[in-house]
Ligand binder design. Structure first.
Ligand code: SAM
Length: 269
């Protein structure tokens, strides 16, 4: 099986997505979505941003490589009574089933960044966006001191080195790489803009329980723990992550509120 697909089908990202709904909706509010806009949400998961896009009146297709998340997204859309939001399986590196220039807006929030072959991904996003349309990506930033970049940094110290030729997803959080990738897809530099913004993970339970969700349901963290267990280092990894989650939590009661910085990329096509 495609290892990228296997990674995201391994866990159950909906368990983490539950903590991302408020910030997802707030981000969508900033995207200038209007009724009847055609939106493709790439690496959509179970619809944290796709569903708010549809609630604003856009016609939304969510595309994700993980079958379980596509099914979860369709269940959520149905439960919300949304007939203008459908989810389907697809791979950001090769969106064969999506016609050229079919969308006014292509959104990918912490989604396409996790696909391999970033130059192909940029080309595909540009190909399916109509001239005059926009692409908006949300990408975690390497070396950033906030939660997600630090989880990935800590976890990587416990996992074997990636195979040769592996390109870190985090490079989508570096402006020069983003420009090079969209440049390769024919986009001029002046049509690419960047903004740093904050995404807050919120949950009614303490950060230790939030960490358990990563350990048990988030493919990349599950893999890190499996590797650490083989080396007898799972407790070290748990302790490092627990210290991180606790120190980043801003909630004064027994709940979780952890802000994380991301790079928002806007491409005018
Ligand atoms: C961190 S989750 C984010 C999901 C969603 N955008 C959100 O904000 O909740 C990353 C998502 O990207 C999807 N993904 C990873 N590689 C992909 C690929 N090659 N093509 C499409 N989706 C992909 C995963 O299945 C997963 O749903």
């Amino acid at each position: 099986m495609n290892p990228n697909k296997a990674l995201w089908e391994k866990g159950d990202f909906t368990q983490l997505a539950e903590t991302m709904r408020e910030s997802g909706a707030a981000l969508v509010d900033k995207l200038g979505i209007k009724k009847d806009m055609r939106v493709l949400d790439l690496g959509c998961g179970d619809g944290t941003t796709a569903i708010p896009e549809a609630k604003l009146g856009a016609t939304v297709i969510g595309v994700d490589i993980a079958r379980n998340l596509v099914e979860a997204g369709n269940r959520r859309a149905k439960a919300e009574g949304l007939t203008n939001c459908t989810f389907q399986e697809g791979d950001a590196t090769d969106l064969q089933e999506v016609p050229d220039q079919a969308f006014d807006l292509v959104v990918s929030i912490f989604g396409a960044m996790f696909a391999p072959k970033p130059f192909d991904v940029a080309k595909e996003m540009v190909r399916i966006t109509r001239p005059g349309g926009r692409i908006v990506m949300g990408n975690w930033i390497p070396g950033d001191p906030t939660l997600v970049a630090q989880i990935l940094r800590i976890s990587s110290a416990y996992t074997p080195p990636p195979p040769e030729g592996f390109v870190s997803p985090m490079l989508w959080g570096v402006e020069d790489h983003v420009m090079e990738r969209f440049g390769g897809a024919g986009v001029a530099k002046e049509n690419i803009s960047f903004e740093r913004d904050t995404f807050t993970f919120s949950a009614p339970y303490p950060p230790s329980v939030f960490l358990d969700k990563f350990r048990n349901y988030y493919g990349p963290t599950m893999n890190a723990f499996e590797a650490a267990e083989k080396n007898g280092k799972a407790t070290d990894l748990q302790n490092e992550l627990e210290a991180l989650f606790t120190s980043q939590n801003q909630s004064a009661d027994n709940s979780t509120s952890i802000p994380a910085t991301y790079l928002r990329v806007t491409v005018q096509c």
